[in-house]
Design a protein around this ligand. Structure first.
Ligand SMILES: C[S@@+](CC[C@H](N)C(=O)[O-])C[C@H]1O[C@@H](n2cnc3c(N)ncnc32)[C@H](O)[C@@H]1O
Length: 238
């Protein structure tokens, strides 16, 4: 899906999200650069890695996300690439490939998932790591319940979700209300579509492309439990 229409909203919501940064920066210190980030968004993680002095190749299809990302990483060694993880052709391999914060939830079909993992396998150096995190679907909340997500200056964000279990699809509807200095209220409606993974589906997928892996339930490598908020994966070509 195209993140351009929600680029500013995304930045407002997540620019301070940092739960995953230590996990990805440690990996980058261990495996070195250049690091390839798939779905690099507005540069939240790329910036943290580049501040370690590493080069980052930030693949991001949405133009507005790339523009914000380029601004956030202006003086750093971050190469922004318009591209799609379903069709990776970067002409080199990387010691570390990452897909932080649910980026792989934008692979909607088995074919798209397989195209992406095939490309990732081809772009990963032997002995290198592919690391990513995904939402644990055990935590999908009640559908249709309108929640106040946050206040960002003159902007209030509300959301509600739709869950389609047979398609493993989660639709998040954002209602973004902005009050102008004259008191006029403008409402925008955006929908984020994500396809979630079940635990063993994820393991089968990795095995199908001959990846070895460790699966954790948190960014401090906690064991995976039903209540774990995320699936955190470190994978390598076996
Ligand atoms: C939830 S954001 C994560 C952004 C960033 N990795 C972070 O941690 O803040 C998911 C990103 O994946 C990108 N994306 C969606 N489909 C993609 C695709 N087919 N290939 C590469 N990136 C994609 C979106 O444009 C969006 O920026």
């Amino acid at each position: 899906m195209d993140y351009s229409p929600i680029a500013l909203l995304y930045q407002l919501q997540y620019e301070n999200y940092a739960d995953d940064l230590e996990f990805y920066t440690r990996l980058a210190q261990d495996y070195g650069g250049p690091v390839l980030e798939l779905g690099a968004g507005t540069g939240r993680v790329a910036r943290a890695l580049a501040r370690l002095g590493l080069e980052v190749w930030a693949l991001e299809p949405a133009e507005e996300m790339r523009k914000l990302g380029a601004r956030h990483t202006r003086d750093l060694k971050v190469k922004w690439l318009p591209g799609d993880m379903r069709r990776l052709e970067l002409g080199r391999q990387f010691p570390l490939i990452i897909a932080p914060f649910n980026a792989l939830m934008h692979l909607y079909t088995l074919e798209e998932q397989d195209q992406a993992l095939q490309g990732i396998a081809a772009h990963l150096e032997k002995g290198g790591r592919f690391a990513f995190d995904l939402y644990n679907p055990a935590h999908i909340g009640p559908a249709g319940v309108l929640q106040h997500e946050g206040s960002y200056g003159p902007t209030q964000v509300f959301l509600y979700q739709e869950h389609h279990p047979i398609a493993q699809a989660l639709l998040t509807h954002y209602l973004v209300d902005t009050t102008s200095p004259k008191g006029h209220l403008r409402r925008q409606h955006h929908t984020l579509t994500q396809r979630y993974y079940t635990r063993y589906e994820l393991e089968r997928w990795l095995r199908a492309f001959a990846f070895g892996y460790r699966l954790y339930g948190g960014f401090h490598k906690e064991p995976l439990l039903a209540e774990s908020p995320v699936f955190v994966v470190e994978a390598w070509r076996s």
